[in-house]
Ligand binder design. Structure first.
Ligand code: PDD
Length: 287
């Protein structure tokens, strides 16, 4: 089915959407993005994604293309126009173009940022069989740049990581820096040790996941213990459980790391419970 997408103020059929070849998103990966999930036709954690977009833009000195209310309106209109019940809304903002290629940023007074949004319909997103089966991860070196807290479109290495995982018969890769796990290719990483949920603390080493923030809040509210600290891949392989979180996969159990099964090799109770709580609670505040 032909989607309706949003480009710089217009709702257009996907095959009519046009961006300049000089756009800095295309030439320099000079852009940021957000992915917001849709359940029951409503947006999950929209406020968090809007706040992080704001931060990504200001960290890169990029102008905001529209207000938060306008952004919400565009998200909702695309969900409506494309009949999305379960799926994702992808938003990307780039620094735009002044009509040529140059390392120097174009004048922000005269160059408008580019804004693009599109939907992805994913029926069964909440009832994903992978969450029942659990996923397998491999570990790879983290060779990304040092500002992973900014959600930029520089996703070549994470894509390569997914391909490395695929080639190894796994689902995803967890990245390692100085012996400790940073995060998954497109998600935050967790282990459960002595009943405690362990995940790396926030810094420029990782993306500050919106799902992470919600899941940790729900875990604490449910009296589960949370420890925010770095952990090694060896610690992860010896953990009772592991899981990852993201807007597109919610809470996803991990049952194998580098070929080593965790526990009995099936999704653990903490990950299963957190997935349930996250889906229940975030649906209540979906807009
Ligand atoms: N990825 N870490 C990385 C490197 C990510 O790319 C993502 C999200 C996350 C989780 O963040 P959040 O909970 O806000 O989705 C952590 C999105 C889903 C993507 O690139 O498709």
């Amino acid at each position: 089915m032909m989607r309706t997408v949003y480009v710089n103020g217009d709702y257009v059929p996907e095959n009519e959407a046009v961006i300049s070849i000089f756009d800095r998103g295309f030439l320099m990966a000079d852009g940021v993005y957000e992915v917001t999930s849709v359940l029951g036709g409503k947006l999950i954690d929209f406020e968090g994604h809007a706040a992080r977009l704001e931060r990504s833009l200001s960290e890169l000195d990029m102008p905001h293309p529209c207000t938060k209310d306008e952004m919400l309106e565009i998200h909702r209109e695309l969900v409506r126009l494309n009949g999305i019940e379960e799926g994702l809304v992808y938003l990307q903002v780039t620094r735009g173009s002044d009509g040529d290629r140059d390392f120097v940023f174009p004048d922000r007074e005269t160059t408008k940022p580019t804004i693009v949004l599109f939907t992805q319909s994913k029926p069964g997103l909440a009832d994903n069989p992978a969450a029942k089966r659990g996923t397998k991860v491999i570990s790879i070196d983290d060779i990304r740049w040092g500002r992973r807290d900014i959600k930029t479109v520089q996703l070549l290495y994470p894509s390569m990581g997914k391909m490395m995982a695929k080639a190894a018969g796994a689902d995803d890769a967890w990245m390692i820096e100085d012996g400790a796990v940073t995060e998954g290719t497109s998600n935050n990483a967790y282990i459960v040790k002595d009943g405690k949920i362990v995940t790396r603390g926030l810094s420029s080493d990782i993306l500050h996941g919106i799902t992470r923030a919600a899941v940790l809040r729900f875990a604490r509210e449910a009296q589960m213990e949370v420890e925010e600290r770095a952990f090694t891949i060896e610690e992860a392989k010896a953990a009772e459980e592991a899981f990852s979180t993201s807007a597109s996969a919610f809470v996803m159990p991990v049952v194998e790391i580098d070929g080593v099964p965790l526990g009995d090799g099936t999704p653990g109770p903490v990950a299963r419970r957190l997935r349930e709580i996250y889906l229940d609670e975030s649906l209540k505040t979906a807009i």
